[in-house]
Design a protein around this ligand. Structure first.
Ligand code: MLT
Length: 387
């Protein structure tokens, strides 16, 4: 029996997927699994028994990934599960920035007690007129689950779409419309596009991707959309560029003191993935990942350990080892089994950056002796008897 805890409210539709082998606890100290949305885990003490964290969402900047890896805690996210929700709001953001719908609604509110509001509207409306998005050039930085969906729908809306992603996955490439112009140099996006939207994860290397220099290369009157994370954009530079007329509108899904209420900024309270459907989808995927890892040792959609899937164990025993990605680890593991005259019936080893994961299926049940010997190997972080 495994215990899990939720650090944020998680959709019931997802929690209902837990089988009878799992029960909920309110104390993280008792939990092997954690489900989290936006709660920051950076200053949280990770209990020793904690094996996995599943983030019901895509961004994982609220979780200390490397610290978790060092402690043998696997962190999962739910790529694509909320992509449709975000995509729909990106399209809404693009329309709100192109036509001054917000200004128009505010004007109606301010004139609501005027008896001749209908006549006044016909006179005032030119202040809020805008442009259409058809035939405009849309530049998409990052073609993951969200970027690809935005690209495809924008193409259907008659836009000319430019996509930039040096790390595009095979899956994403398969899903991308062939009409999207594949850009190899990000500057081409900056120089050519009327509307630019960013869809990359926030990491040290992606902070301030859209900075003062990038903005200086953009067309006059460009619209910038940010539904990924605020720190991806140097927002003080955006405000200056709004004042100078370089940037027409900045649409952000991340309110903060820099942009909230500022002229030219349309700021939304992080609603991209806050739909019923997205929350259900993320919770279902997160629960599935957590169960699969805790019950079978399989890693699917981890952000700090390699993916590794050996299915359900049909052998007598299964051991999972989290270790440093260094030379000679496998020979040392297999040597231990050889010395004990134990047969390994199946073995998978995968690595991701500094960390690696080895799963071994055994003809005999795992013993404490095997575990102790494996734990003693230099570079081993954690040994789990899965079965
Ligand atoms: C995500 O990272 O998945 C979205 O920003 C939504 C969220 O943070 O929950």
């Amino acid at each position: 029996m495994f215990k899990y805890t939720c650090l944020n409210p998680i959709s019931q539709v997802g929690l209902e997927k837990f089988t009878g082998n799992f029960s909920k606890t309110d104390d993280i100290k008792d939990a092997q699994g954690v489900l989290v949305r936006s709660a920051s885990m950076h200053d949280m003490e990770m209990p020793e028994g904690l094996l996995a964290i599943a983030r019901a969402g895509a961004g994982v900047n609220n979780i200390p990934l490397d610290d978790c890896a060092k402690k043998g805690i696997v962190v999962f996210n739910t790529p694509g599960a909320n992509a449709n929700g975000v995509k729909e709001l990106v399209i809404a953001g693009m329309l709100l920035a192109s036509r001054d719908v917000v200004g128009g609604i505010n004007w109606v509110e301010s004139a609501k007690s005027e008896a001749d509001i209908a006549k006044m509207a016909e006179k005032e409306k030119k202040k809020f007129a805008g442009t259409e998005i058809q035939d405009k050039k849309l530049g998409i930085i990052g073609l993951g689950a969200i970027g690809v969906r935005v690209a495809n729908v924008a193409k259907h809306l008659g836009m000319e779409v430019y996509g930039y992603d040096p790390y595009i996955s095979v899956d994403a490439a398969w899903n991308l419309s062939r009409d999207i112009k594949h850009v190899l140099d990000i500057n081409e996006i900056y120089e050519q596009c009327d509307i630019i939207t960013i869809h990359v994860p926030l990491m040290d290397s992606t902070k301030n991707t859209i900075n003062k220099e990038a903005i200086s290369k953009m067309k006059d009157g460009v619209i910038i959309l940010n539904f990924a994370r605020d720190l991806l954009v140097e927002e003080t530079a955006v405000l200056e560029a709004i004042k100078s007329g370089k940037v027409r509108k900045y649409v952000s899904d991340f309110p903060n003191p820099t942009t909230a209420g500022q002229e030219g900024c349309i700021v939304i309270p992080h609603l991209g993935a806050s739909t019923e459907e997205s929350e259900d989808n993320c919770a279902k995927m997160a629960v599935k990942e957590l169960m699969n890892y805790l019950e079978n040792g399989n890693i699917v959609n981890s952000v700090n350990y390699p993916n590794c899937d050996m299915g359900v164990c049909t052998n007598a025993g299964r051991i999972a080892i989290m270790h440093k990605n260094v030379a000679n680890m496998i020979s040392r593991f297999t040597g231990i089994f050889g010395d004990l005259n134990l047969n390994i019936s199946d073995l998978t080893n995968k690595s991701k950056g500094e960390y690696a994961y080895t799963m071994l299926d055994l003809d005999d049940p795992a013993t404490d002796e095997i575990v102790k010997k494996l734990e003693a190997v230099d570079g081993v972080i954690r040994v789990r008897v899965v079965k």
